[in-house]
Design a protein around this ligand. Sequence first.
Ligand SMILES: Cc1ncc(COP(=O)(O)O)c(C=O)c1O
Length: 483
Amino acid sequence: MNQSLHQAYSATDFRQMGYQLVNLLADHLASRQEENNFPAINWRDPEEELDFWRKDLASETPSPPIDFFKTVLDHSVELHNRRYMGHQISPPVPMAALAGFLSDFLNNGMGVYEMGQAGSTLDKVVIDFVAQYLGYDKKAEGILTSGGTLANLTGLLAARKAKAPADVWNEGHQQPLALMVSEQAHYCVDRAVRIMGWGEAGIIKVPTDNHFRMKTELLPEYLAKAEEAGVKVIAVVGSACTTSTGSFDDLEAIATFCQTNDLWFHVDGAHGAASIFSKRFRHLVKGIEQADSVVMDFHKMLMTPSVTTALVFKNGSDNYACFSQQAQYLWEQQDQSEWYNMAKRTFECTKLMMSLKAYSLIRTYGAQLFDDFVSTCYENGQLLASKIQQHPEIELAVQPDCNIVCFRFVPMVKDKDQLCKINERIRRLMLEDGRFYIVQTVLNGQSWLRVTLTNPFTRGEDLQEMLSTVVRTGQEILAKAKR
Ligand SMILES: Cc1ncc(COP(=O)(O)O)c(C=O)c1O
């Protein structure tokens, strides 16, 4: 056999590299939890980063793999760092990362049962577990799939199948179709609508109140307007929660409206459906048990490596109706509801064994771990909000429902544009500094700083220091402008 193949598959090298990598990551984890001096991000401009990796590839004597692993670590955002407060993704529990490693090694495709027996079966076990916490009965079924974006699209395909007046899958649609969703919903809902060919008119954006929650009292009016215009509304999507501010729509009100009007009720709970596991915060998703379909990202709020998303249907048969295509080389009958042949119900043909990552957490730590994580992170959101409220130079955009908090530095500046520019500049300088990783958003046309507190080790002192850094950076910007 060719020498390079022998070397690439060497069990001896694998063992050595594996130990080295685990040691590297274990040291990283311990240091980030205990010490407070590592930057959460080592920022480099994209061109600089590209140049770096091109040079690395061009090197005539590549350094050993462990050096490459160390370099990637050094060039990556540190989710396990207590000062990581950026986007909605959680630091994976090492156990789940190891399960991911196992799944990458096995590489069982999982489109059909025989290509991934453990993976496919664990998909079902994990979905059944989630369905139980959602408050569904035995009829519920679902899939794990590659991200909230794809899961929302899949859920909405089921909505179309169930509620559209024609057989759109086979015949296309004549009558314009639409769904209603909060104007604050994640852009993937808009994207799903356009992918389904409903165009801009297919997404009816319902205004939000001053807490950025859907004004559900407007739903009848918006439905009537759509009907008058000849548009067939088939679904309402509830946000649990919104991306920018973490606001939870009133799911009970949406459920009632959908029942009254024979509409599909879909919940985009990519971030906040995980509240079902928190005894303290479960009330935020009251009514979720009435949804026809729910999306929940394990990688956002349940400590699981990306991407691991649950899409659960109250009536499992709706999942089988999403796609109806024959693939004779994979399975015989499309219309047989075989839970174990995943490709019948998912977009993916080759599918990641993501179930291993979620299941390893459930079997080892139980639902209590999810409760502890969600509750701790949401409580940190409340703690940060209370610190902001005591701070004369920082304004809170809205009282947070969960662990997403928006705020801004408010010096004695009257001009709104100037205020936006100062806060955008603060965020940029903090990114370049790297000690904290925070992000930004736009609310009512104005720029705000935004954090998602997904590291359960983040402490009050870290939050305090982050706020002090915001203020100090802002004051330096103002002082520089005066000079
Ligand atoms: C509410 C909401 N829905 C959907 C998504 C998209 O999920 P994913 O990134 O897993 O595709 C996000 C991501 O931020 C989100 O916040």
